[in-house]
Write a protein that binds this ligand. Structure first.
Ligand code: BES
Ligand code: MN
Ligand code: ZN
Length: 482
């Protein structure tokens, strides 16, 4: 999907040749003297375009305009919610006609946030998964012109949004692929492909390397599967070496059966999405490759399958993590924290300014926050503030969750330094408390994306979240001297 930013007022928008002209109208719409403005004024006066945000009016071959079809979209105060709803409804309306060239116009120049929401929503609504279909229908919308009355201050937000869309779509692609088409080795190759871009390097550690490093927790999960584990290390170097990197750690369980503590059969297929954290790290690197900002970012992806077998780790087994802490694995389905804890220890070597892990970690987080906000855990104030800001600006929302020490009580055991599960209450928090033990050497945060990174049911599929959130966060760490 190609995006192009243009200066277009209503007069010029009327001259744009395209299959569909999507016209976003705010409550403060001021008509000019041109055919498009007159048409809009008439429609508003007649009440044919309701003033409720999200209302649409669909017009075929409008007289005096160059577009084949015009859709007027009421967006009220032009804030993110009505813009999202309006664009979603408009794409749903025109999708069946298979338009190729779309022009999306704003009557008032939007702020960066509204622009971001409009374009990410448009990309989301027109996305089609194609990889494993024999006769795939590719997405028809290939070219999108974005018209605003005055683009002067929008060049940077526009470039960031376009990069975010590229990253989101890469993340969706990998997350949607079935587990036999998205093994740890496939993910490693996808990371290596990103390293063809300037400033990006990739190194892939294999089983032997992980053994030498003493990654006993990661390897305990991996050993139930014949599929070789991969520990993927990505580097984006956009700033001098003296600037400490931010490290993003993505859970890369390419299939989570639960292991010996096996999950029920119903909907087990959805556990192919257990690498959405990993996919979001790949997505961020894709966006960094496009934007080339002056920051240093490290991406770490511990990747393996979680399967039962005669060689699989068993409930009650005690393993030694890379940190030296011993872990009693009481439930083999709590595997995410096991692969992450060794990655968190590995992250120490980069002397990072901050480490943020991203994981489809707990069903409990889905119960707590649903699909609207990701759970965010951190004791670092600077990081919490930065994430809250990024959550707003990207509209890829997260919400702060607690880390009181009392939540760690249930992780105590007589047979190891720590157990990998506590009881069911507060499950998202006890999981975070487990991770926190391995993240004491740097400012740390954790995002539980189990509810936000994919949708189940009929609209089953990856959302590409939280690529937008992560990108806005890492870009906020740029120094002003670009
Ligand atoms: N990958 C799952 C978490 C998950 C559940 C993600 C539902 C998306 C939707 C994770 O590995 C897991 O199985 N967690 C267990 C932890 C429990 C055994 C303490 C869970 O949430 O049930
Ligand atoms: Mn699990
Ligand atoms: Zn899992």
């Amino acid at each position: 999907m190609n995006f192009e930013l243009l200066d277009l007022d209503a007069a010029h928008a009327g001259h744009e040749k395209c299959d569909v002209l999507l016209m976003l109208l705010s409550a403060t719409f001021k008509p000019g003297r041109n055919p498009l403005s007159s048409l809009i004024s008439k429609a508003l006066k007649a009440g044919d375009l309701a003033d409720k945000p999200g209302s649409l009016l669909d017009i075929y071959r409008p007289a005096g305009l160059a577009c084949a079809r015009l859709v007027l979209i009421q967006v009220g105060d032009a804030k993110s919610n009505p813009v999202r709803k309006g664009v979603q409804a408009a794409i749903a309306l025109i999708k069946a006609a298979k338009p190729k060239q779309i022009t999306l116009c704003f009557d008032q120049t939007p702020d960066g946030q509204a622009l971001h929401v409009a374009l990410t929503t448009l990309a989301e609504a027109s996305y089609v998964y194609a990889t494993t279909l024999s006769k795939a229908e590719a997405r028809t919308i290939t070219h999108v012109k974005v018209g605003v009355p005055d683009s002067t201050n929008l060049a940077i937000p526009f470039a960031q949004t376009v990069a975010a869309v590229r990253g989101i779509e890469l993340a969706k692609e990998w997350a949607n692929r079935p587990a036999n088409h998205a093994t740890p080795s496939h993910l490693a190759r996808a990371a290596q492909a990103l390293a063809k871009s300037p400033r990006i390097k990739c190194e892939v550690l294999n089983l032997k390397d992980a053994e030498k490093l003493g990654m006993g927790a990661f390897l305990a999960v991996a050993k139930g599967s014949a599929e070789p584990p991969k520990f993927i290390e990505l580097h984006y170097k956009g700033a001098p070496k003296t600037q400490p990197p931010v490290v993003l750690v993505g859970k890369g369980i390419t299939f989570d059966s639960g292991g010996i503590s096996i999950k029920p059969a119903a909907e087990m297929d959805e556990m192919k999405y257990d690498m959405c954290g990993a996919a979001s790290v790949l997505g961020v690197f894709k966006a960094l490759a496009e934007l080339q900002p002056n920051i240093n970012v490290v991406g770490l992806i511990p990747s393996c399958e979680n399967l039962p077998s005669s060689r699989a780790v068993k409930p009650g087994d005690v393993v030694t993590s890379m940190s030296g802490q011993t872990i009693e694995i009481l439930n083999t389905d709590a595997e995410g924290r096991l692969v992450l804890c060794d990655a968190l220890t590995y992250a120490e070597r980069f002397k990072p300014q901050a480490v943020l892990d991203i994981a489809t970690l707990t069903g409990a987080c889905v119960i707590a926050l649903g699909g609207v906000r990701s759970g965010f855990f951190s004791t670092d104030e600077a990081m919490s503030a930065a994430l809250a800001k990024a959550s707003e600006s990207s509209q890829d929302l997260c919400w702060p969750m607690p880390l009181d020490d009392d939540y760690a009580e249930g992780l105590k055991t007589s047979f190891a330094d720590v157990a990998n599960v506590a009881g069911r209450p507060g499950g998202a928090i006890t999981a975070a408390k487990f991770l926190q033990r391995f993240a004491s050497k740097y400012p740390w945060g954790h995002l539980d994306i189990a509810g936000t990174s994919w949708k189940s049911g009929t609209a089953k599929g990856a959302t590409g979240r939280p690529v937008g959130l992560l990108l806005h966060y890492v870009l906020s760490l740029q120094t002003s001297a670009a």
